[in-house]
Design a protein around this ligand. Structure first.
Ligand SMILES: [Zn+2]
Length: 71
């Protein structure tokens, strides 16, 4: 996974699973074994793109929309 794709996957997880900001994966990292990016919940910092979506209220909106689609 490229960094961009990994970040998109990170954000999708938060949308579809309805995580609170501190729950679930927090960032992406480059794996030394396979060279691709993976998600991590152990990062001390939150991914910038994820943080921006949370700050702007976009994450809440998308989570809300997703909740309605499920029923
Ligand atoms: Zn790997």
């Amino acid at each position: 996974m490229s960094k961009d794709l990994a970040e998109t996957a990170l954000i999708d997880q938060h949308i579809y699973k309805g995580f609170h900001p501190h729950e679930g994966p927090q960032d992406v990292y480059e794996c030394h074994i396979c060279g691709y990016y993976h998600l991590t919940s152990k990062s001390l910092s939150r991914n910038e793109r994820l943080q921006e979506m949370i700050d702007s209220g976009e994450m809440k909106k998308k989570q809300e929309a997703q909740r309605w689609e499920r029923f």
